[in-house]
Design a protein around this ligand. Structure first.
Ligand SMILES: [Zn+2]
Length: 544
């Protein structure tokens, strides 16, 4: 398989408030894809960032009585810090108000569309939701309210710049139908096609300087207008690559990349699957190759909004601080379906972590390492089972393919061996389909099979028989322990893209590079069911 060049991006959130668990979902999904591609030897760039130029930031700052720049700086820092809290591996983080690469790129994109004759001025009246930074038609409203925010949009009348979206309808349709622009899941692709077939109208791509309160990027050559924040924000996917500053990165990661993949939430589908590709077509630049659309998380059955904002038990920083990054990542990957909303609760997070990570994987590693210590003083006597080093090399993305040689697996380890053999391809297929649940499920098969194998072979009985003089039991014990340690090492390698911190602990617990395994120490201690309310903040939320 030849290495591919893969550019992955998350959306860039508004920084008018703090991060919530929904942001964590997209970041973690993107991180898993990046780590997976890296380990199979692909050349990967993962990008995230913040959308600083939104009018919402201006309004939030005014509400707090601080400058917009101050608010944006503070909140963008908090988003950037998720890298540590969630163990993310992004290579680049763009802040659209301060990154020197951004403005020249947005301006170049504007000029390119202008040169194609796709920008024109026109008077306009419409209903605008500041929350969405978007105009709505009457028919799109739900009982007169914005479908996303449930508040009435404001009537706005002004002269703006417009983009000739209508001109690109058939070209766009062609890109999507041909699969050159793949939108997943298929239901979202159909939604986009339906939207295109319903007729594309040109859309307003600037605001008056007064309405934008002077915040944002000015329209080149028109001092009265500021570029629409969505145009500005969507541009981040290429401005960060130096589209406007002449960097080689643009060629490397956009025009010549094998895959240009955007991860987006369902609420911003139209912007990413219609507006953005049309702007790129107008500018004469390549389109993304894939757009993966995830649904939303609710928290305790409620939509994430002001009432369930951070501080109500869904702040990723608080959650990782209390329950650890592995538990949070694992819940997001293992419990959130590919299609459909999922409900987050702390009890579900704890339940999943205890079942899978403490009782499943943690218990397996602990039992195996303890057995090697109690019966063999920490020394693994058996030669590595066949294929182990090859699987480890493959899972670690090593350029050496690893040897398939080794001792035969014990005859009764067929189920375990089958799960190990199946996992790499199953994970690859699932991730190519953005199915994180199926991917983690394939890995978890190994855990279940290995625990079953411990129960079936009862190594402690073999050790007792050996002590009573049964040499054959001793030889069998060596083979069983050898197979189990190999399974744990393979698990550590397989689980790395999903829960890198936990993977490192499992790998360390099962490493005999010093000749003996380290003393057994829990790799994932059970989380005690919490007392509710656990924090003063939660008590406050309940009280009101
Ligand atoms: Zn809205």
């Amino acid at each position: 398989m030849t290495a591919k060049r893969v550019y992955l991006s998350t959306t860039i959130p508004y920084v008018n408030s703090h991060a919530h668990i929904g942001h964590a979902l997209e970041l973690v999904q993107a991180d898993v894809l990046a780590r997976h591609h890296r380990r199979i030897g692909d050349d990967v760039r993962l990008q995230s960032g913040t959308d600083d130029n939104s009018l919402k930031n201006v309004l939030a700052a005014a509400e707090e009585g601080i400058s917009t720049r101050e608010l944006v700086q503070r909140n963008a820092d908090a988003f950037a810090s998720l890298r540590e809290h969630l163990s993310l591996s992004f290579d680049d983080f763009i802040r659209t108000s301060s990154d020197p690469r951004h403005r020249p790129g947005v301006e170049r994109l504007w000029r390119a569309c202008e040169a194609s004759g796709d920008l024109y001025r026109k008077g306009y009246e419409g209903l605008y939701c500041v929350g969405c930074e978007q105009f709505y038609t009457e028919s799109e409203l739900v009982e007169g309210n914005c479908p996303e925010h449930g508040v009435p949009p404001q009537p706005i009348a002004e002269e703006n710049w417009f983009f000739r979206l209508s001109k690109y309808a058939s070209q766009l349709r062609d890109e999507i139908v041909s699969g050159r622009l793949r939108i997943e899941p298929a239901s979202r692709r159909n939604e986009v096609l339906g939207f295109i077939d319903g007729g594309l109208e040109d859309f307003s791509v600037s605001r008056s300087v007064a309405r934008a309160r002077g915040w944002g990027i000015g329209v080149p050559g028109d001092p009265t207008q500021v570029i629409y924040v969505w145009w500005d924000a969507l541009g981040n996917y290429i401005t960060s690559l130096g589209y406007g500053t002449g960097s080689q990165d643009y060629q490397r990661w956009w025009t010549e990349a094998d895959q240009r993949v955007h991860l987006v939430g369902k609420g911003v589908l139209r912007f990413h699957a219609v507006y953005w590709p049309a702007i790129l077509l107008s500018a004469g630049e390549p389109l993304p190759t894939k757009i993966f659309v995830h649904d939303y998380l609710t928290v305790d059955g409620r939509k994430i909004g002001k009432s369930t904002g951070s501080g109500a038990g869904n702040d990723p920083v608080e959650l990782t601080g209390t329950y650890g990054v592995d538990a949070v990542r694992w819940w997001l990957l293992r419990d959130v379906p590919r299609v459909g909303d999922a409900d987050f609760t702390v009890d579900r997070l704890i339940g999943r972590a205890n079942e899978d990570l403490a009782n499943g994987l943690g218990n397996l590693v602990n039992r195996v390492v303890s057995l090697v210590h109690s019966s063999r003083d920490g020394v693994i006597r058996a030669a590595r089972p066949a294929g182990t080093s090859r699987w480890l090399a493959a899972a670690a993305g090593s350029s050496q393919s690893g040897s398939a040689a080794g001792q035969d697996w014990p005859d009764d380890a067929v189920g375990l061996l089958a799960a190990i053999e199946r996992a790499p391809a199953a994970v690859s297929t699932a991730l190519a389909d953005f199915d994180f649940r199926a991917a983690t499920g394939a890995i978890f098969e190994i855990v279940e099979q290995a625990n079953r194998y411990v129960d079936a072979t009862q190594p402690w009985h073999l050790a007792r028989a050996e002590r009573a003089g049964d040499a054959a039991a001793g030889a069998r014990l060596d083979a069983v322990l050898g197979a189990l340690v190999a399974a744990c090492q393979i698990l550590a390698a397989q689980i790395w893209p999903f829960a890198p911190d936990l993977a490192a602990r499992v790998a360390a617990a099962c490493s005999d590079s010093a000749g003996v395994l380290p003393e057994p120490r829990p790799v994932f201690p059970r989380i005690e069911p919490r007392k509710y309310p656990a924090t003063a903040k939660e008590a406050e939320v309940i009280a009101c």
